[in-house]
Design a protein around this ligand. Structure first.
Ligand SMILES: CC(C)(COP(=O)(O)OP(=O)(O)OC[C@H]1O[C@@H](n2cnc3c(N)ncnc32)[C@H](O)[C@@H]1OP(=O)(O)O)[C@@H](O)C(=O)NCCC(=O)NCCS
Length: 166
């Protein structure tokens, strides 16, 4: 149980592995919260391939957030060797449920699982350079900007590539 900052009432949420039946809610949250959308097979592919690191946040029984991840093998940003890398593909929390720690909890649980279940040594993500809330969240979790990806997004905006060791 957590204390709601605004109303003073208690609330609770759980972070759990996503299931196929959650995909409609996850896709709806993505449509409402982010300009980057994907075909259904892309969501299904991530769920079927990396199910134990595809997470949802459930608030009073309703899915209000998700974190979709993948595992890659590439040159590390912190060692120079080829590493197992967790990649945060998409994360979002519905507007009405933000600033309650849900995004942070999704990130912490996702990173814990990348490390413990997949032996990931680092985690990376791309974020719009204008996305201050997300950049703040990632910085408080120890992420550093390791690269700027020019015109990464379809509307021409640059991305920060952010990473941290696990
Ligand atoms: C980014 C996002 C997932 C954060 O979710 P959230 O549940 O609100 O995050 P949390 O409540 O766990 O916030 C954790 C910390 O992140 C930072 N943060 C989050 N939102 C912030 C904001 N609007 N302004 C400044 N800092 C913010 C703060 O440091 C916050 O800690 P605090 O509340 O103790 O100050 C959410 O804003 C979102 O869904 N945005 C739209 C989708 C998106 O941009 N996804 C990321 C794409 S890369």
């Amino acid at each position: 149980m957590m204390l709601d900052r605004d109303s003073g009432s208690t609330y609770s949420y759980v972070i759990r592995e996503a299931e196929i039946r959650d995909l409609d809610s996850v896709i709806e949250i993505n449509m409402k919260t982010l300009p980057e959308h994907y075909p259904r097979y892309f969501w299904e592919y991530h769920l079927n391939t990396w199910r134990n690191i595809f997470l949802v946040a459930e608030y009073n029984g309703v899915v209000v957030g998700y974190m979709m991840n993948r595992i890659e093998h590439d040159e590390g940003f912190f060692t120079g060797n080829i590493v197992v890398r967790g990649h945060v593909v998409s994360i979002a929390v519905l507007k009405d449920y933000r600033r309650r720690g849900i995004g942070r909890s999704l990130m912490l649980e996702g990173m814990r699982r990348m490390k413990n279940l997949h032996n990931a040594q680092e985690v990376i993500l791309e974020v719009r350079v204008s996305n201050e809330p997300a950049i703040k969240l990632y910085k408080t979790l120890g992420f550093k900007i390791v690269k700027i990806l020019p015109s990464y997004y379809i509307d021409g905006e640059d991305a920060y590539l952010m990473a941290r060791p696990l």
